[in-house]
Ligand binder design. Structure first.
Ligand code: SF4
Length: 502
């Protein structure tokens, strides 16, 4: 396959603007105005060798919030009146790249119309879910013949600034400027195009504790109706939190934000006894979504403290789970984040030292700190069974397995998700660059340039659907061969709190 990017721009000023923006990184073809010329150009293009095709021109905006110069990247392109549309799956990747370049860009449907906007047409297109209209893209796309394609339309006119108005000229100028500025991002998109393998880590995504916590919020919403208050993020994932907010959950940082008489759910990371007492004093109804494996660490902390042990809690300061565990016996537990912290420990009785761990640590890192502790206090007692939970351990083993074979590893998860961050670190320790992303929009196209094998996993709090969205977006950059490396199978399920069992 030639490494050429072909850019189809219907009109001379559009082609000139794109050419100035893209320079030597793409070949810009002026394909002509309207459906007939676009169809002719598509016929010609089918016989041309190129790596990827972009369609870049101006277009009409259809929604009230659009401004001249906004860019719309087509997720689907259809001809007006047609039931079928052509998908351009990499649109979210390019739209995000354009936003990172400082441009206003959205990904959405583009409809190719036969005539410039007639009365009422914009409203009909909005009803169809479109963001922009043009007169050529649906026909030009035929020329791609299965090769990677994107469609970018720079808005020249909007419902408030229509074509036949004094705004037409400044609108056109704003659109051409945006087309020129979009050039470098289009070049980066083309560089990222090519066939690749996607190696999935197995297991990945939701663990039993996260599934249970989400189900608890959903059940409480069903039983009590919205709103339902949740103290802290139920799990550390933006997509999950946004979804539950849409269903009526309100996330608060502290109980003083919860109105009297309301129901409040405690998150999967657990809470300290002080929080439970405060809720009881306020007469709030509470439902506890603490993961049973976090609750197990709390029980161990209480038991060691009651037996007179000084407990070293290996974990990361400020994490909600750590705060909850520390709160179980504040006088008897000391947070230990590094081997240096171990050296600073001054237990009352060196013969009565115990240690516990945050459930979502790196097994390597936590093991090193535990060894340092055992070197210093050979008789130190550890947890009855591993505190780092099965889900954390399995996901780290799985990401290590794919990292060895990948050029880059993408980890779906939010920036405040401890277990997801540990997956990035684990892949990097294996020598492979790795990035944490909430979804396809966070992928910087430069990460994919030259990456023919992409490892993909998801933290225990990241929804499986996000993994599907990422694969879909990658498939817009060229053929994708997906395979999976399974290092463990998981069948653990946790029951719901008794008040929610029906
Ligand atoms: S990562 Fe482990 S401790 Fe955390 S919710 Fe999942 S199963 Fe529970």
């Amino acid at each position: 396959m030639s490494d050429k990017l072909i850019v189809c721009s219907p009109l001379r000023p559009e082609a000139r603007a794109v050419r100035r923006g893209i320079g030597a990184d793409g070949q810009v073809l002026r394909t002509g105005y309207g459906a007939a010329r676009a169809a002719t150009a598509a016929d010609r293009l089918r016989g041309v060798t190129f790596k990827a095709m972009a369609i870049a021109g101006t277009g009409g905006g259809v929604t009230a919030d659009q401004q001249p110069g906004d860019l719309v990247v087509g997720t689907q392109v259809s001809r007006i009146g047609s039931e079928t549309s052509v998908a351009c799956p990499s649109a979210p990747l390019l739209a995000a790249e354009l936003r990172r370049a400082g441009l206003r860009a959205d990904a959405g449907k583009i409809v190719t119309v036969d005539h410039l906007f007639a009365h009422g047409q914009r409203e009909r297109l909005v009803a169809e879910g479109a963001l922009a209209a043009d007169m050529e893209s649906a026909m030009l796309l035929d020329g791609a013949a299965g090769r990677p394609t994107v469609v970018v339309r720079a808005i020249s006119d909007t419902p408030r600034r229509p074509l036949l108005s004094p705004w037409a000229v400044p609108g056109g100028i704003a659109a051409l400027r945006s087309l020129r500025l979009a050039g470098p991002a289009l070049a980066r998109w083309a560089e990222a195009c090519g066939p690749r393998r996607v190696l999935l880590a197995g297991p990945r995504s939701f663990c039993a504790g996260v599934e249970r916590a989400i189900e608890i919020v959903e059940r409480v919403l069903e039983q009590h109706g919205a709103p339902v208050y949740v103290r802290k993020q139920i799990v550390h994932n933006k997509v999950v939190v946004t979804d539950l907010e849409g269903k009526g959950a309100i996330f608060v940082d502290e109980l003083d934000e919860v109105p009297d008489g309301a129901t409040v759910v405690f998150s999967a990371h657990g809470v300290s006894p002080d929080v439970r007492h405060e809720a009881a004093d306020r007469g709030l109804q509470t439902v506890d979504a603490t993961c049973p494996l976090v609750a197990k660490v709390h029980v161990e902390a209480r038991r060691f403290a009651a037996d007179g042990y000084q407990v070293a809690l290996i974990g990361h300061g400020g994490h909600e789970e750590v705060e909850g565990t520390l709160g179980e016996a504040p006088q008897s537990i000391t947070l230990v984040e590094t081997a240096e912290d171990v050296a600073r420990l001054r237990p009352r009785d060196p013969a009565k030292v115990a240690y516990l761990m945050q459930t979502t640590l790196s097994t390597d890192e936590a093991g090193g700190i535990a060894s340092a502790l055992l070197d210093r206090f050979p008789g130190a007692r550890g947890p009855g069974s591993d505190d780092i939970c099965y889900a954390t351990t399995n996901r780290q083993l799985a990401v290590r397995a794919i990292a060895a074979e990948s050029d880059v590893v993408l980890v779906a998860g939010s920036t405040n998700s401890s277990n997801s961050i540990r997956l990035v670190e684990t892949a990097e320790r294996a020598g492979t660059p790795s990035y944490l992303i909430d979804g396809p929009e966070d992928i910087d196209l430069s990460w994919l340039t030259g990456a023919s094998v992409v490892g993909l996993t998801a933290g225990a709090s990241a929804p499986p659907a996000v993994v599907g969205q990422i694969i879909d977006a990658l498939s817009g950059l060229g053929p994708v061969d997906v395979s999976e490396r399974v290092v463990a199978t998981e069948s653990i399920r946790f029951g719901l709190p008794k008040e929610l069992k029906q």
